[in-house]
Design a protein around this ligand. Structure first.
Ligand code: ATP
Length: 303
């Protein structure tokens, strides 16, 4: 048995030709298992995913997948990589079975018997075996994503990259898709990029939060949540009170709940009357990090 692989990202930076610095000195150590990269649109997630998938080069920094140098050894990396991009294009007229067999051939599975067996295993794994003869053009968004996973799994990748996979899925499809992902990644690195906090809290044992190209927090979601206990307070307010509350307190989020406004406030002890302690969740971790109460921004000294 080989030891589980690890992905090491060191001081990776990337600036596009238009001057946008999409990644600023990103360093992460990502062990085998499901890892979440959480950030808003434009935070730099896709840029990092594309660099890891060898589709673009960083300006600086190094990336090692086990003993493979991802930037220098692109072909070697690609042989052990599964990549499910944000937009997964399919040939609408082909069936899942035919197209997957075709991809298996491209991956170098020369024997037809072996290919057929592999296609069956994968289509059963992603729960598309019963619809294998249907045209992909007629598949729902969730079915297409699951087909994408089957394609990405060809060749038994050590690194699986999944970029914003649940964005267009309905709730039932999303649950099915997350269940499928949760079965992967015991011996391989599965990197899930998303702006949906629940995707990370439901699936990932480790995570990082990225904003404007910078890693603000690296954490185990459960531990990060429990470290916030006692520091998140909630209060139901009238909409007209909101502006005053925001001036007085460190509001990290406001949410509507059954037509009422619920504010969450970060405070080391009780902020005052009207507030009650909130049971923190990963969304509180995310907003506290973005607001600079925890994580890298909190530790920065302003001169
Ligand atoms: N090819 C490009 N040329 C110029 N700027 C780019 C290019 N690709 C991305 N950017 C910019 O780099 C920044 C990071 O973009 P990136 O796509 O990596 O973010 P993201 O977190 O994946 O967001 P999204 O979820 O919207 O894809 C953004 O400001 C974006 O506008």
């Amino acid at each position: 048995m080989h030891p589980p692989v690890e992905l090491q990202i060191r001081h990776v930076s990337k600036t596009y030709a238009n001057g946008v610095q999409a990644l600023k000195d990103v360093s992460l150590t990502i062990p085998a298992g499901m890892y979440g990269l959480l950030g808003a649109n434009g935070a730099g997630k896709s840029t990092l995913m594309r660099i890891l998938a060898t589709l673009q080069d960083p300006d600086a920094g190094s990336i090692m997948l086990g003993d493979i140098d991802v930037v220098a050894q692109k072909d070697k990396t690609r042989r052990t990589l599964g990549y499910l991009p944000q937009e997964f294009g399919v040939y609408p007229k082909a069936s899942a079975e035919d197209l997957l067999e075709h991809f298996a051939l491209l991956k170098g599975v020369a024997s037809r018997t072996e290919r057929r067996a592999l296609v069956e295993v994968l289509l059963r794994q992603v729960n598309l075996w019963d619809v294998r003869k249907q045209r992909l053009g007629g598949y729902s968004g969730g079915m297409r994503q699951r087909f994408g996973v089957a394609v990405a799994l060809l060749g038994n990748p050590k690194l699986m990259i999944v970029d914003e996979p649940t964005a267009g899925l309905d709730p039932a499809e999303r649950v099915r898709f997350l269940n499928l992902l949760s079965e992967l990644g015991e011996n391989s690195v599965v990197l899930l990029s998303t702006h949906i906090v629940e995707d990370v809290s439901e699936l990932c044992t480790r995570m990082a939060i990225i904003d404007r190209g910078e890693i603000l927090l690296e954490a185990e979601p459960l531990r990060a949540v429990s470290e916030l206990r006692g520091r998140i307070w909630r209060r139901v307010v009238a909409r007209s009170e909101l502006a005053t509350i925001e001036q007085q307190y460190q509001v990290i989020s406001t949410k509507l709940l059954a037509g009422r406004t619920v504010v969450h406030v970060f405070h080391p002890d009780t902020p005052g009357t009207g507030f009650e302690p909130a049971e923190p969740d990963l969304e509180d971790v995310y907003f506290s990090t973005m607001a600079g109460h925890i994580g890298r921004r909190a530790n920065m000294v302003t001169v």
